[in-house]
Design a protein around this ligand. Structure first.
Ligand SMILES: Nc1ncnc2c1ncn2[C@@H]1O[C@H](COP(=O)(O)OP(=O)(O)OP(=O)(O)O)[C@@H](O)[C@H]1O
Ligand SMILES: [Mg+2]
Length: 242
């Protein structure tokens, strides 16, 4: 489903963020991205979601190479964004509508659903995330954790095949973190692919079968069984993961 072939990326051709990344993710996998601050996790997630394209190497999603040109094509871009949903590390960068209802409705409306279907999806999603009371609020004025919940809801409402969560636990209270863990397990059991970066290991027990570890040289230093990697304390300490 996701094939990253020898990808490198630098911001403004100056700040190196990804170096020779080789990563293949199949449908239905649950993969954790772990690594120190600045190691490249968010950059790779942006690339997987088509917000940036490789400087070198190729990115193939569902058999199609993702390029600037393809993303500029409206129908390709729509079908790509229908399949993959991204919860940004910074929720403020994700929320742009004037109220929570429209924010959550945005994706389903883009997909061309009828207003009746949109309304059902929004209501179900707000209920699932227990944020019905926020429906008429301005996203900009919500608390940090509330913003995160709305950002998660806006992706859940799309019902994508692939969920990419960049530090989704940030700012959430313990109860909501536990909910999110259960939610990830449920959708993964239902066949959804999950890619998630986090430093919050306590709350993601038994969610991931695979971990990909990024180093401060912006390369992948290890890719393997989640539990094996998490029990290798020396390795994690050397790579500033713990
Ligand atoms: N918009 C940007 N412009 C310039 N440099 C950037 C930009 N975003 C990230 N970088 C740089 O790219 C590198 C990788 O950053 P990235 O955000 O991918 O790291 P990360 O692993 O997600 O870190 P964190 O754990 O702090 O979220 C860092 O050196 C960072 O300073
Ligand atoms: Mg990040």
């Amino acid at each position: 489903m996701i094939d990253i072939n020898n990808v490198s990326y630098s911001y403004n051709d100056q700040v190196e963020a990804l170096k020779n990344i080789e990563l293949h993710i199949s449908t239905g996998e649950a993969v954790a991205f772990i690594g120190a601050n600045g190691s490249g996790k968010s950059t790779l997630m942006k690339l997987i979601n088509g917000l940036i394209v490789p400087g070198e190497g190729t990115y193939i999603f569902d058999g199609e190479e993702i390029t600037h040109k393809k993303l500029e094509n409206e129908s390709f871009s729509k079908s790509f964004h229908k399949k993959i949903g991204f919860v940004f590390q910074n929720s403020e960068a994700q929320l742009f509508c004037s109220n929570v209802y429209d924010e959550v409705a945005f994706g389903p409306r883009q997909m061309g659903l009828s207003e009746k279907e949109v309304d059902k999806r929004v209501k179900d999603t707000l209920e699932l995330l227990k944020i019905q009371s926020l429906r008429n609020r301005q996203p900009y004025h919500l608390s940090g954790g509330e913003k995160k919940k709305v950002a998660i809801a806006s992706v859940v409402a799309l019902n994508p095949q692939v969920y990419v969560f960049d530090e989704p636990m940030n700012g959430l209270d313990p109860k909501t973190k536990r909910f999110l863990r259960e939610f990830m397990i449920t959708i993964n059991n239902a066949g959804k692919t999950i890619i998630c970066s986090t430093h919050d290991f306590e709350y993601i027990k038994d969610v991931f079968k695979r971990a990909v570890v990024f180093s401060d040289t912006h390369t992948i230093v290890r890719d393997g069984n989640y539990n094996d990697i998490m029990s290798d304390r020396n390795f994690l300490q050397q790579n500033n993961v713990i």
